[in-house]
Write a protein that binds this ligand. Structure first.
Ligand code: ATP
Ligand code: MG
Length: 328
């Protein structure tokens, strides 16, 4: 039995990228493993958030986890800020992180580029993420490709702590899906699709209706060659749609290339849209049943209790290892 941990930020409505890169894997993993899935609201506040919108996004994300198939009987679903151990261990791990290594993180560079007010927590986000993971003796972290670098840092911090103080942390492995690990923006296919992208046409949101999905995919940037072929370098737009189509249907890229050999982009885009709709539509129906339910609150209460019990044990070990507090 392996322990799995993964988190998603309530920084906007989830995109198809979040679903295909992360959430979709979670559902299969919960069958054979001990899983923790987290709504990482403390990560979301590293960039400015509207308080009412944040609250709404937290609840919406919880409902999307459940609608996508997370079963609270099998997995622990909880909100990061409801388990205090996360920020406590996060602070301790900041104390063994170097400013230089944090400044080298590409997410920090991307999210701070061109901004004149950058919060210090945007820089210290990776040690908090490391704390999220290390608190639960996590063996495996399923994430999209963009989180590889943060995972590498998490492993370094775990090893650094273990060597310096006491060997208490499990050094986690990363798990990245074969297709869908990096879904790109529909408007600029050299950039990853992100829920906090200000261009609404760049992302398919998990709650978009059929018409919107069709429209966005039809206006997705491609090229003028008219050949459906996977070539990330020269045909990033078409390659992205192929990845989306393959990941939504389970077909291989090669199968799709031959299916559309003599067809233009029109039919290909239409079918890609249908593939996306067939994945998202049933999920949306479940979402609307859950969003205002008491059941959702009960699940989150229960999840926070279970997570807290496990997290506090590890936090106590880490404090002891570092010499914080008193002997008890
Ligand atoms: P933000 O723009 O606020 O950072 P985000 O869309 O990047 O939002 P996160 O909450 O940071 O979403 O990431 C949640 C999970 O989704 C992570 O596992 C991340 O690797 C994955 N993910 C994010 N974007 C993509 C994408 N475009 N393709 C595949 N996986 C993705
Ligand atoms: Mg992100």
């Amino acid at each position: 039995l392996k322990t799995i941990f993964s988190g998603i930020q309530p920084s906007g409505t989830l995109t198809l990228g979040n679903y295909l890169g992360a959430m979709k894997q979670f559902v299969d993993l919960q069958e054979e493993n001990h899983c923790y899935f987290c709504i990482v609201d403390e990560h979301a506040i590293t960039v400015p958030q509207d308080r009412l919108k944040l609250r709404e996004n937290i609840r919406s994300l919880a409902a999307l986890y459940l609608a996508s198939g997370i079963d609270p009987e099998k997995s622990t679903l909880f909100i990061q800020s409801e388990v205090a151990a996360h920020t406590q261990l996060g602070w301790m791990l900041q104390s063994i992180s170097y400013i230089g290594e944090l400044e080298r993180m590409t997410q920090f560079k991307d999210k701070s580029a061109g901004k004149d007010a950058v919060s210090s927590s945007l820089l210290t986000y990776p040690p908090l993420m490391a704390a999220d993971i290390l608190l639960y003796k996590t063996d495996l972290v399923p994430v999209g490709d963009d989180q590889k670098q943060h995972l590498e840092l998490t492993r370094n911090l775990a090893q650094r702590f273990n060597n310096k103080f006491n060997d208490i942390f499990t050094v986690p492995e990363v798990s990245i899906p074969k297709t869908g690990a990096r879904i790109m923006s529909l408007q600029d296919p050299t950039k990853k699709m992100s829920k906090s992208d200000s261009n609404q046409k760049a992302s398919i949101f998990m709650l978009d209706d059929e018409k919107k999905i069709e429209k966005k995919i039809k206006s997705a940037v491609t090229d003028s060659e008219g050949i459906v072929k996977f070539d990330k370098e020269n045909k990033p737009g078409v390659s992205n749609l192929l990845a989306i189509y393959a990941s939504c249907t389970g077909s291989s890229i090669a199968e799709l290339e031959s299916k559309y050999r003599d067809k233009g982009y029109g039919q290909f885009k239409q079918d890609t849209a249908e593939a996306v709709i067939s994945v998202l539509k049933p999920l949306q129906a479940r979402y609307y049943e859950l969003i205002d339910s008491q059941e959702l609150d009960d699940i989150l209460d229960n999840g926070a209790d279970k997570a807290e019990q496990a997290a506090n044990k590890m936090l106590a070990k880490a404090k002891k290892a570092m010499g914080l507090g008193r002997v008890k």
